[in-house]
Write a protein that binds this ligand. Structure first.
Ligand code: ATP
Ligand code: MG
Length: 330
């Protein structure tokens, strides 16, 4: 079976519905066809200033949400990135074949660093996409299911794989992104021209939120001054986003929803959507809570995942070290 890799950062207690629809849903369906490897990428989240205790809690919570959403630890390896040292080690080698200008062109770095200012921007945020390339290339992953915001980072991973192969001989599999257009970019409810994000949690629908909070978030979603329920990303980004979420969860096409809501108001749409969202997320939340009640069992799953992937990672790193001419220890 071809291999697949993906990961999420433990940067909040809860994942949001963008993470779920943009990536996690694909993770679940793809684990049947692929040898799937899913990581909680805790090293990536060190680019954000976080309390150590909170980071540990969030790392377990993120893993619990993978499983609660349907990732099956019997089929897929679920592990914590920092448990496999090769991620950090391969990053160094890949850093040395990445152009400074090439890394500087990453739009996520530009966005995040301009929000944080130069004092708040660390070098880790800059080299983040190289660590991500290492995550993927270590496992010879053919496919990487992610949201649209990761397309450019994936392109960098591909370029680095090709460059390394060109310079040192065939070493890495060149990974393909797997991005589902309809749900690849769920927008923020408060700022519907920006993507929903764990870094601005006020406008997100969270997997672990209680149903009342979810309904309230949806009710207060920013829309527009018209009354018509119609998909139009440019003129009506808020309504279009609600329709995308609705369609993804409920199975009706956007065109069908437009017809069904003809003559109805935004309030009706929001009320119904809240019900649909709570219907899907409710069971995920409950299952995640159960899993979090037994941290020892979660840790066992994560240890097992790391054990399964470690031999793959160490074989790749040994191959890389050899190719670039690092003297093997005797
Ligand atoms: P952060 O703000 O900490 O970067 P994030 O919400 O961007 O958080 P990540 O952990 O960086 O979450 O990304 C996890 C996965 O979710 C990636 O595959 C990413 O492409 C996807 N994703 C993130 N936000 C969205 C979104 N709004 N719509 C669709 N997919 C998304
Ligand atoms: Mg992100």
């Amino acid at each position: 079976r071809p291999r697949l890799f993906s990961g999420m950062q433990p940067t909040q207690d809860s994942l949001h519905i963008g993470n779920y629809l943009g990536a996690l849903v694909n993770w679940v369906s793809m684990q049947e066809e692929f040898e799937a490897i899913y990581s909680v990428v805790d090293l990536h989240s060190l680019t954000v200033d976080v309390d150590p205790g909170v980071l540990r809690t969030r790392t377990r919570a993120t893993a619990a949400q993978y499983i609660a959403a349907g990732v099956d630890p019997a089929k897929s390896a679920i592990f914590v990135q920092s448990h496999v040292a090769e991620h950090a080690e391969l990053t160094w080698v890949l850093s040395c074949i990445t152009g400074f200008g090439e890394a500087g062109r990453m739009t996520q770095f530009k966005d995040k660093s301009s929000k944080r200012g130069s004092e708040g921007t660390n070098v880790g945020l800059f080299t983040y996409p190289i660590l991500m390339a290492a995550d993927i290339l270590l496992y010879d992953a053919a496919r990487v299911p992610v949201g649209e915001d990761q397309r450019q980072h994936l392109e960098l991973s591909r370029n680095l794989a090709q460059r390394f192969n060109g310079r040192y001989g065939e070493t890495f599999v060149v990974p393909e992104p797997h991005i589902l257009q309809a749900t690849a970019k769920i927008q923020d409810l408060q700022e519907p021209t920006a993507k929903m994000s764990k870094t601005s949690p006020a406008g997100s629908i969270d997997l672990l939120a209680d149903p009342k909070q979810t309904a309230k978030r949806i009710r207060s979603a920013v829309t527009d001054l018209e009354r018509e329920i119609r998909y139009d990303e440019a003129e009506k980004p808020g309504i279009s986003n609600l329709l995308s979420i609705y369609s993804a969860l409920d199975g009706r096409t956007i065109a069908q929803l437009e017809t069904d809501y003809e003559g109805k108001g935004y309030g009706d749409l929001k009320k119904d959507l809240a019900e649909v969202v709570v219907g899907v997320l409710g069971p995920i939340r409950e299952r995640a809570m159960q899993l979090l009640d037994d941290p020892a069992e979660l840790d066992r799953i994560l240890a097992d995942g790391a054990e399964r992937v470690r031999p793959i990672a160490s074989a790749t790193l040994a191959r890389v070290y050899d190719r670039v001419g690092l003297l093997a220890p005797s």
